[in-house]
Design a protein. Structure first.
Length: 152
C-alpha cells in the first residue's frame, strides 16, 4: 500500500469516529483560528433526540439537528463549555475529540468513556478520604502534631 493510499485510508477510518451534521449556525466574528488548520482543533459530537436551539460558546445561537451533530472549535475549553450546556439539556452522550492536521482523531473527554464524576471499575479515587464527615477528628486534637486533619 502506498503512503498516499495509507493516508487516505487512515483519514477515512478516523473521520468515521467523529461524525455528524454541522448545526445550523449563522456564524460570528470568532471562529477557528488559523492555527487550528496547522496544529490541532477540537471536535464535539453528540446525538440529539430532537431539533433544538442552543447557544454557541463562540457567540450566537445555533440549531442542532435531530440525530448526530458535529461542531469544531479552536480551543478545548470551548468544546467543554458546550458539553456542559448540553448536559443541562439532558444530552449526556457527547464526546470531545482532538483532531490533528493529518486527520488523526483522539478522544479526549471522557477519555475512558465514563464521565469523571461517575464511578468506573479500575478508576482510582484521588483526593478522597474514606470516612463520613462526622468521623473527622477534632482539629484541636490534631493541632501541633504536624499532621493535617485529613491525614489522620
Amino acid at each position: 500500500m502506498s503512503e498516499e493510499n495509507q493516508a487516505v485510508t487512515t483519514a477515512e477510518t478516523n473521520t468515521a469516529q467523529a461524525k455528524g451534521q454541522t448545526p445550523l449556525w449563522g456564524g460570528s466574528t470568532g471562529g477557528l483560528l488559523t492555527a487550528a488548520f496547522t496544529e490541532e482543533k477540537y471536535a464535539l459530537t453528540w446525538t440529539s433526540p430532537k431539533q433544538q436551539v442552543f447557544e454557541m460558546p463562540t457567540g450566537g445561537s445555533a440549531t442542532m439537528h435531530e440525530g448526530d451533530n458535529l461542531v469544531y472549535f479552536a480551543k478545548k475549553e470551548q468544546a467543554l463549555a458546550l458539553g456542559r450546556q448540553l448536559r443541562g439539556m439532558k444530552i449526556t452522550n457527547y464526546r470531545v475529540w482532538r483532531e490533528f492536521p493529518n486527520g488523526e482523531q483522539i478522544p479526549i473527554h471522557p477519555a475512558d468513556g465514563v464521565f469523571p464524576e461517575k464511578v468506573n471499575k479500575g478508576r482510582v479515587a484521588v483526593n478522597s478520604v474514606s470516612r463520613k464527615i462526622g468521623d473527622n477528628p477534632n482539629p484541636i486534637q490534631v493541632k501541633f502534631t504536624g499532621k493535617a486533619t485529613y491525614d489522620v
